[in-house]
Write a protein that binds this ligand. Structure first.
Ligand code: IFM
Length: 438
């Protein structure tokens, strides 16, 4: 290994990531409605008070610092800020401003997402993403958020994982708004690109120069049958649509998706060209795709092809795919931020090894010229994992969901050692065997 492959450059940022609905508690939005409609895997699960971050934010900033973080990613909850269309909640705005100022004062650079999966309850009824009104609704929300961000030098993210919202909410109907319609999915995608541009304009108008992007969930796709031309074809089309179409639209102004039999679009949105300062990558796993001769034509599987054992949520632990994705995004010619990377590891023993192997890929990619500037671990705390509810544990800190007590897992000390030393070192304890890890 060269020095470049063991040492992080001066200024490289280590941080942690969270999102409002998953940690704050006490939020009424489209997901709360979805839960009450019994749509989670466990129909009685509720996010409810989440992990009470709304009240414990000072404690949580301290925990992030103890884990070596110098950046803290949150999202603003649109439903708190605009509970009724056009009515903004001054107390919620003040509370967010106070939290961001405290974060900054404690030495944590704010990373602020405007939209992380959730919507106010009026949104899908009045201005759903497939209607052009969504663009102006998001613009108005961004305009109200902009003053909160003044003087913070925050890294800004307009949309988190828009493809997850689009595929889950508009194509598969599994998450709000529960639609299953290819053409509407593509209209919604086009409007999300336009909404990103509109939000950028509003933020720039107040903040001047911004450092802004989106966070894209990026999977390493592989053909289930390596030799099968149709599996290879859907991997090519799927990776282009899922991983790259959004980034490409924001880079070139051209939105192109080809998913035969599912959804396709080809529109030019010139205002979107060059509308990001960085590429945000959320990476977790590799997925194997297999062509099936009936709708939806694609079968999606997590397989344990290398033998490291699946993670507790059932995803493949495949750091090599992270390296591949980082090299792929080099084509956009922008700095890269890893805005999420993490593992559901319910006993906490594998997490240091997962972080180590994924940080090794960051260093390799940097040595190959990919300008990765920061790494945010998902997540600081165990939290509410959407359709999966309360089972998964991604946290650097284990949370007792009854008492809300936070307890460090071994990854806290590991991340702190790497972040403070600026060097990648192996974890102190050996990796658990795959069988023991499941
Ligand atoms: O918990 C989610 C997060 O909200 C978005 N990215 C993936 C995480 C793990 O599934």
């Amino acid at each position: 290994m060269s020095a470049d492959e063991t040492t992080f450059p001066e200024g490289f940022t280590f941080g942690v990531a969270t999102s409002a609905y998953q940690v704050e508690g006490g939020i009424e939005n489209d997901w709360a409605e979805w839960e009450r409609a019994g749509k989670l895997k466990e129909p009685h699960a509720r996010c409810g008070r989440a992990v009470d971050h709304w009240n414990r934010y000072e404690e949580d900033y301290g925990l992030a610092l103890e884990a070596g973080a110098s950046a803290f990613r949150i999202s603003l909850e649109w439903a708190r800020i605009e509970p009724e269309r056009g009515r903004y909640d001054g107390a919620a705005l003040e509370a967010y401003r106070e939290r961001l100022l405290r974060m900054k004062a404690r030495g944590l650079r704010p990373v602020v997402t405007l939209h992380h999966f959730t919507h106010p309850t009026w949104f899908h009824r009045e201005t759903p993403w497939h209607s052009p009104a969504s663009v102006e609704a998001f613009r108005a929300y961004a305009r109200v958020c902009a003053p909160l961000l003044k003087g913070l030098d925050a890294l800004l993210i307009t949309l988190n994982e828009p493809m997850v919202v689009l595929l889950g909410g508009y194509l598969q109907g599994l998450i709000p708004p529960g639609i299953s319609d290819g053409p509407k999915t593509m209209l919604a995608m086009e409007n999300m690109v336009r909404a990103h541009v509109a939000a950028r304009e509003e933020l720039q108008a107040v903040l001047g120069k911004v450092e802004l992007g989106i966070s894209q969930n990026m999977l390493c796709f592989a053909p289930d049958r390596w030799w099968h031309p149709l599996d290879q074809a859907i991997v090519r089309l799927g990776a282009q649509a899922y991983n790259h179409a959004f980034h490409e639209a924001l880079s070139s102004g051209k939105l192109r998706v080809t998913m035969p039999g599912l959804a396709s679009t080809n529109v030019d949105i010139p205002q979107a060209k060059g509308s990001c300062e960085f590429i945000g990558v959320n990476y977790y796993s590799r997925a194997h795709l297999r062509f099936i001769p009936r709708h939806p034509f694609i079968e999606f599987k997590f397989r344990d092809r290398v033998g490291r054992g699946l993670t507790d949520i059932g995803w493949e632990d495949y750091p090599e795919g992270f390296g591949q994705i980082l090299r792929e995004v080099k084509r956009y010619g922008l700095p890269v931020w890893v805005t999420e990377n993490g593992i559901d590891d319910r006993n906490g023993q594998r997490r240091p090894h997962y972080i180590h192997s994924h940080l090794a890929e960051v260093l390799k990619a940097r040595a190959e010229g990919v300008d990765v500037r920061g790494y945010l671990y998902w997540s600081l705390l165990d939290n509410f994992e959407w359709l999966e509810g309360w089972g998964p544990r991604f946290g650097l800190y284990h949370v007792d969901f009854e008492t809300m007590e936070r307890r460090a897992t071994p990854a806290c000390e590991y991340l702190r050692t790497v972040a403070q030393g600026g060097r990648l070192v192996p974890p102190a304890t050996p990796a658990p065997q795959p069988s023991a890890a499941r």
